[in-house]
Write a protein that binds this ligand. Structure first.
Ligand code: TRP
Length: 350
């Protein structure tokens, strides 16, 4: 487990640079597992934070497994509402963003029984004290809408180890909040290999370089706060959200994330969409004030999302196709999970 005061952040950053070089040299040596909870549409924060990176790595030749983490929805709520709708929406977001289902394996927890079965032996490999120390779980417990903490909330990082290890993924692209989970996965892989037989790779976290995108109010971007621009939102909804965005009194627009978080968030959104330096974008608006800034942001986002939205509309019009993509991914995931579970049984029995 991580013991350094920064939670191993510096080490993870150094490691990410090293990994990027190895990926560029030998993409075929890597298998990525990544995923999302199906709780609502993906937004611009997801796009620039992780989707674009997945697409980049897939195009570079890395094999991609994408998990629709439906059982993980139940960590902080009693029931997963409108699950089918959210699952289909998520698959549509993935494909619209450019994930290629002909080489990516897209699947749900609930459709791959052997994956879930790995959780039992894995639970035996970690202590309650180790689970208790996980800062991300602590934060989630603090902001949970439930009156009490479920056993799943407490143990889902172990389930996540099963998500990653069932397919023997060796690379997990993550934001820094996921580093503690990644450490648990590595611990479980190591301990299983030591206690029984060398079955699992010890997967690396690939920390994403981009700092996370704030919402239109300068707070953490999230659907429930109403400050997130969904990939599926129309141009009018986008304009409305940006019109309501929080700015400040200084008419001179600059990019200064530390001192002007709200204005800088808007500048950064426009810069990401235009693939330009945020300082250049701010300098161009200069004394135009919040109104000019918001116009630039709205136009940039709508322009950038136009092709993604068009693809998404086509995809959601053909639900059979989305269902087929999942069915094929799940068939593949099941074959792999069954094989891994067999190896685990054999290792534990001998
Ligand atoms: N915890 C991730 C999230 O909330 C989703 C997830 C589930 C995941 N299993 C995973 C991510 C395995 C990476 C690897 O977004």
């Amino acid at each position: 487990m991580e013991t350094t005061p920064d939670g191993g952040l510096r080490a993870a950053e150094d490691r990410a640079r090293e990994l990027e070089e190895r990926i560029a040299a030998e993409p075929g040596a890597f298998r990525i597992l990544t995923g999302d909870r199906p709780t609502g549409p993906l937004h611009l924060g997801h796009y620039f934070g992780t989707l674009a990176n997945r697409v980049r790595l897939q195009r570079a030749g890395v094999e991609l497994f994408v998990l629709v983490a439906d059982y993980q929805v139940l960590t902080d709520r009693d029931v997963a509402e409108r699950l089918d709708e959210h699952v289909e929406g998520l698959v549509a977001d993935y494909l619209a963003a450019g994930i290629d289902p002909s080489t990516a394996t897209i699947f749900r927890h609930s459709a791959v029984p052997a994956l879930n079965q790995l959780m039992l032996p894995f639970l035996s490999l970690v202590s309650i004290a180790e689970l208790n120390r996980n800062p991300t779980v602590k934060d989630e417990i603090a902001s949970s809408r439930q009156a009490s903490v479920s056993g799943l909330m407490f143990t889902y990082p172990v389930h996540q180890a099963a998500d990653i290890l069932f397919c023997k993924a060796n690379l997990v692209p993550v934001g820094k909040d996921q580093l503690p989970h990644q450490e648990i996965t590595r611990t479980i892989a190591r301990r299983f290999n030591e206690r029984y037989a060398p079955v699992f790779p010890v997967p690396d976290a690939l920390l994403s370089a981009a700092p996370s995108l704030l919402g239109t109010d300068g707070q953490k971007m999230s659907k429930s706060r109403g400050n997130a621009i969904a990939l599926s939102a129309g141009p009018d909804e986008t304009a409305r959200l940006i019109r309501r965005a929080v700015t400040d009194d200084d008419r001179h627009i600059t990019y200064a994330p530390d001192t002007r978080p709200q204005v800088s968030t808007l500048v950064r959104i426009a810069a990401l969409c235009q693939d330009r330096d945020p300082h250049a974008v701010a300098a161009e608006i200069a004394d135009g004030g919040a109104a000019a800034l918001k116009k630039v942001v709205t136009d940039s986002v709508n322009e950038f999302l136009r092709p993604i939205r068009a693809r998404r509309a086509e995809l959601t019009a053909d639900r059979t196709h989305l269902r087929r993509v999942l069915a094929e991914g799940e068939k593949r995931a099941n074959a792999i999970a069954d094989r891994t579970l067999e190896e685990v049984r054999a290792a534990m029995a001998s």
